[in-house]
Design a binder for this molecule. Structure first.
Ligand SMILES: Nc1nc2c(ncn2[C@@H]2O[C@H](COP(=O)(O)OP(=O)(O)OP(=O)(O)O)[C@@H](O)[C@H]2O)c(=O)[nH]1
Ligand SMILES: [K+]
Ligand SMILES: [Mg+2]
Length: 364
């Protein structure tokens, strides 16, 4: 039996197994098996032909946003509207066949926006150029899932399933579970909270399925078996996702209102250029970039020219942004802002900067 068949067998079995106390272990095991087969499916195949031509776009700018959606939802029109790059748009499906990068300039940041071919159900298993598209999506800082507002909710749930099946977790945080495989000593299991979805026995069963017999496990959160499996398997990506409903010029006001109220959602019309500014504001929030202002000794900070970095950037990142050789001449830095206990505070290269901090760098 091929992996695809095995996967579909397990999916069928999960679907027909009633969820209750008596079946909870059985279901947990099935899910562990399923995750294992999916991981195998995604391992790079031996034949070179599966490599996607036209998908190797260099990362550039301060952040990367990938446009994911069914064919003809308006991804290419959107790229052409938001950036100075033109991407061919047309009424037929699969107009776009490669990855087309553009740049959004916003609040002093350069945000790379990637137009991609449409994906459909089965994309994760290689339908269309699904695999290549998903591989690009994994490298993004934020995914915009573009949806056709006239097509209801089907597109959204299908795409969520596709991304979920390849280990992309949308608008979720990494489960707060400490997990460390060991050389010996069996499985030590602890939790700091009351667990309602997992038990020691279930955790052991799942670990055994992965042939792990020695490990330290500490639940710091009431996680589900799926979340625990995510931690064991690793290589999951946790990514913010904005659901963008396009073509609202084609639906009723009531429907627009309903869609606009859904979590993580924005309604737009590329055709009529509606609500695009609001979408940009939302995107900026989801990117959560860190703006740092520099200051010279005895002078006011330069608030007109921010250095834009990803969340969690260090003083060293700031140095590299100012000049290539600055980090090697670095003595210390003074930082004003929320990242320090008092302002200014003297810090080293490894200090983590926060949004809107001011920094003065002192050289040797
Ligand atoms: N009514 C209406 N039509 C739109 C809107 N935005 C895009 N369209 C139409 O939708 C069709 C598809 O647009 P594209 O930008 O090519 O869509 P795409 O998602 O890039 O499609 P693929 O590259 O084939 O995956 C075009 O005929 C557009 O004119 C909108 O806001 N309203
Ligand atoms: K199209
Ligand atoms: Mg297109």
């Amino acid at each position: 039996m091929g992996i695809l068949e095995k996967i579909s067998e397990i999916e069928k079995e999960i679907a027909r197994t009633q969820k209750n106390k008596a079946t909870e272990y059985h279901l947990g095991l099935l899910k562990a098996k399923l995750a294992k087969y999916r991981a195998q499916l995604l391992e790079p195949s031996k034949s070179a032909s599966s490599k996607g031509e036209g998908f190797d776009v260099m990362k550039s700018g301060d952040a990367r946003v990938a446009l994911i959606g069914f064919p003809s939802v308006g991804k290419s029109i959107f790229l052409s509207l938001m950036t100075s790059t033109a991407s061919e748009a047309a009424s037929y499906e699969f107009t776009t066949l490669t990855c087309i990068p553009g740049v959004i300039e916003y609040k002093g940041a350069n945000i790379q926006l990637l137009d991609l071919p449409g994906i459909i159900e089965g994309a994760a298993q290689g339908k269309g150029r699904g695999r290549q598209v998903i591989a690009v999506a994994r490298t993004a800082d934020v995914v915009i899932m573009m949806l056709d507002a006239t097509k209801g909710e089907v597109q959204r749930s299908l795409l969520e399933k596709e991304l979920e099946s390849v280990g992309i977790r949308l608008n979720k945080h990494k489960p707060n579970i400490y997990f460390k495989p060991k050389k010996g000593g069996g499985i030590s299991f602890n939790s700091t909270v009351t667990l309602t979805q997992c038990s020691e026995k279930l955790v052991q069963l799942i670990l055994h399925e992965y042939k792990i017999f020695n490990a330290e496990v500490l639940f710091r959160e009431d996680c589900s078996p799926d979340e625990f499996i995510d931690v064991i398997v690793g290589n999951r990506v946790y990514m913010p996702c904005l659901y963008v409903y396009n073509k609202i010029d084609q639906i009723s006001m009531e429907e627009v209102d309903r869609l606009a109220r859904k979590p993580n959602s924005v309604v737009i019309s590329c055709g009529m250029k509606l609500n695009l500014d609001y979408l940009l504001e939302m995107l900026w929030e989801y990117l959560a970039l860190t703006c740092i202002y520099t200051k010279k000794r005895g002078q006011r900070p330069d608030f007109t020219d921010a250095i834009i970095l990803r969340k969690g950037a260090s003083v060293e990142h700031v140095c590299h942004r100012i000049h290539r050789s600055l980090a090697s001449q670095f003595k210390y830095a003074l930082v004003w802002g929320t990242s320090t206990k008092y302002s200014p505070q003297r810090v080293g290269l490894t200090h983590t900067m926060e949004h809107e901090d001011v920094i003065q760098i002192v050289k040797k």
